[in-house]
Design a binder for this molecule. Structure first.
Ligand SMILES: O=C(O)CCC(=O)C(=O)O
Ligand SMILES: [Fe+2]
Length: 358
């Protein structure tokens, strides 16, 4: 049973004491009116850590928390449908459609596959009123639920962007909102994930590989444990530790695009998902706010690229078989963030495929 109240600073996982990283909590209501102390707090969180909790348990966020419960019910119904219904349209585009279990590399790297299935719905398509989603959720009730989720995630992430622009003293065209306009095409997407129990999938299909996100900001909701991060440290990222699910809060983190747009001042958050409890199903909802397709920035390779090029190249690196993935520069998967030392204090042997255990 996962601990829920007053999360400890370490938790036992796979026979080891593993850190539970603490972090700043930013109040959404205060940000809405650009409260100077809160603007400073969120800006420091992005400059120093690259992540924070966003407290939505207030008059401005509670509706969103309620809508999330409705979305979770939709997700349960969708993921319990037959594979033919879920995969009716397949992966239509990199940010839109269904990805079955085992489409990417797993949490413990070479030779493993991921342990989740995922449905992504494009923000642009919802805005245009013609989302391509499988028939099983293409009724007006379900489409309203999806539209509400995307609409509120969009508002929340735009409020964050605006606070960050103010915190970084950006004005006019330089402000981050200006490269995230609603009427310009982007790969912004709502991603709904279902992690199957590790004891069902077996050791070769486990979790979610270590990475930084392509996006500008990720707004993440999950009631279940499993997400781990490597906080940036003085000489590279610290070891992997859990993010405790916090009631009433979303976990927000910076992705590569905003790190690049900030001139590498913001930290992009290194994270992965592991089975906390091998018998557990885990459901997560991630809203990936992405820059307009033709936004230009300098990437981790020192190249001047568009947001779309960065998205497409990194998505290919994510989905390539691990043998090809290994050929891509590591800086690509980790958005140029540096690491010193190993992810774990002790190797997590229980989940390694036989070939790697040695
Ligand atoms: O499921 C999660 O909690 C995180 C998922 C994730 O890292 C991603 O989709 O980029
Ligand atoms: Fe991610």
């Amino acid at each position: 049973m996962a601990p829920t109240d007053n999360p400890p600073q370490t938790v036992e996982w796979q026979g080891n004491q593993v850190p539970v990283w603490s972090m700043k909590t930013v109040d959404y209501s205060l940000l809405l009116s650009q409260d100077p102390v809160e603007v400073d707090k969120v800006t420091k969180a992005c400059l120093e850590e690259g992540y924070f909790y966003l407290d939505l348990d207030n008059i401005d966020g509670r509706q969103m928390l309620q809508d999330r419960q409705t979305l979770l019910k939709l997700m349960h119904r969708f993921f319990e449908s037959p594979i033919e219904a879920k995969n009716e349209l397949g992966l239509i585009d990199s940010h839109l459609g269904y990805e079955p279990l085992g489409s990417r590399t797993g949490a413990f790297g070479a030779g493993t596959k991921d342990g989740y299935e995922m449905l992504k719905v494009s923000r642009d398509e919802i805005q245009q009123g013609s989302p391509r989603v499988p028939e099983v959720i293409k009724n007006s009730g379900d489409l309203t639920v999806l539209e509400r989720a995307i609409g509120s995630c969009n508002t929340v992430t735009k409020v964050l962007l605006s606070a960050l622009s103010s915190g970084m003293n950006l004005t006019g065209a330089e402000r981050f909102e200006n490269s995230h306009r609603n009427d310009r095409p982007s790969a912004t997407t709502l991603s709904m994930m279902h992690y199957l129990p590790a004891e069902v999938t077996g050791n070769n299909k486990i979790g979610h590989q270590k990475h930084t996100d392509i996006s500008s900001l990720t707004l993440l909701f999950s009631d279940e444990w499993g997400l781990q991060i490597r906080p940036p440290g003085e000489c590279g990222a610290l070891e992997m530790g859990f993010v405790a699910p916090k009631p009433g809060c979303a976990f927000v983190h910076v992705g590569d695009s905003l790190r690049f747009a900030s001139g590498m001042k913001f930290q992009s958050c290194i994270h992965r998902v592991v089975p906390y409890d091998p018998a557990q199903h885990r459901y997560s909802i991630a809203y990936f706010l992405r820059a307009e397709d033709d936004t230009m920035f300098m990437d981790s390779e020192g190249r001047f690229v568009t947001a779309k090029d960065w998205h497409d190249q990194k998505f290919k690196a994510f989905t390539d078989p691990w043998q090809y993935q290994a050929l891509a520069p590591k800086s690509m998967i980790l958005g140029g963030m540096t690491e010193a030392g190993a992810d774990d204090r002790e190797p997590v042997k229980a989940y390694m495929p036989e070939a790697v255990k040695a």
